[in-house]
Design a protein around this ligand. Structure first.
Ligand SMILES: Nc1ncnc2c1ncn2[C@@H]1O[C@H](COP(=O)(O)OP(=O)(O)OP(=O)(O)O)[C@@H](O)[C@H]1O
Ligand SMILES: [Mg+2]
Length: 228
């Protein structure tokens, strides 16, 4: 098993025993037709996707299942091939505002950028590693939806000061809107990719979740996560 496969095994080990983790990973690798000894970053999404069914069986607690899938989804996003652009010099893309940061979402690497900025702010606020990951996952799911379904939009991230300290993220686009948001949030809807946290998963990761969508006009999602 190489280092990349080791990273995935380490996530599974947080939730499952060593033998179960290894056997899930091995059988997922077989189904995904990848070899763990020479796993490449570009093969991660297909491997992670094949882990889904096994996790559903072995991880009975919904909270743990969701967190584990979120972490795996993050590895897949972080390692997506297009992320390479991210380290190249680029014009400034995040504008600092008095009330927070605004990140335009126009391309795949903006999704990763928004995720990183969300995680950084959660870290600055002193959130635990797990909560930082939840915030990061939520931001990346919302940003990814903008990129996938609306094409372009904006993510705003700001601190909430006051009695309850926390972080607020607003994802806004002027895309096609969502025709049946209630269905999607009910869980009856099955997301295409299956491993992303999706809107429903995002709702579970945060303390407050508001979805405002109008067919033909656009979608705004506002989430808040408070310090514990
Ligand atoms: N910003 C958006 N604009 C338009 N439609 C959206 C937007 N966000 C989500 N949708 C619609 O809502 C559906 C559910 O989104 P959700 O993020 O829950 O799952 P998914 O994107 O299909 O899969 P996953 O996020 O798990 O990869 C999408 O398939 C899409 O049709
Ligand atoms: Mg989605």
């Amino acid at each position: 098993m190489n280092e990349i496969a080791g990273e995935i095994l380490a996530i599974l080990r947080r939730y499952l025993s060593e033998p179960t983790s290894r056997s899930l990973l091995t059988s997922a690798a077989r189904r995904a037709s990848v070899r763990l000894e020479v796993l490449s970053r570009s093969e991660i999404p297909q491997l992670v996707q094949q882990l889904g069914p096994g996790l559903n069986i072995f991880l009975q607690e919904p909270e743990k299942l969701q967190n584990c899938k979120s972490l795996l989804a993050l590895v897949a996003v972080e390692n997506a091939p297009s992320v390479h652009h991210y380290s190249e010099p680029q014009p400034p893309q995040a504008e600092s505002r008095p009330d927070g940061i605004s990140v335009p979402i126009r391309a795949e690497h903006d999704v990763v950028r928004a995720r990183t900025l969300g995680k950084d702010m959660a870290k600055q606020l002193g959130f635990s590693e797990v909560v930082q990951t939840k915030v990061a996952t939520a931001v990346s799911e919302l940003a990814r939806n903008i990129f996938q379904y609306a094409g372009t939009g904006e993510i705003r991230i700001r601190r909430i000061e006051g009695k309850r300290r926390g972080i607020e993220v607003v994802a806004r686009d002027q895309g096609p809107g969502i025709s049946d948001p209630a269905l999607i949030l009910s869980g009856a809807y099955r997301s295409k990719w299956g491993m992303g946290a999706g809107l429903r998963g995002t709702k579970r990761l945060v303390d407050e979740f508001e979805l405002d969508t109008h067919p033909g006009l656009g979608t705004t999602v506002r989430i808040r996560k408070y310090a514990e």
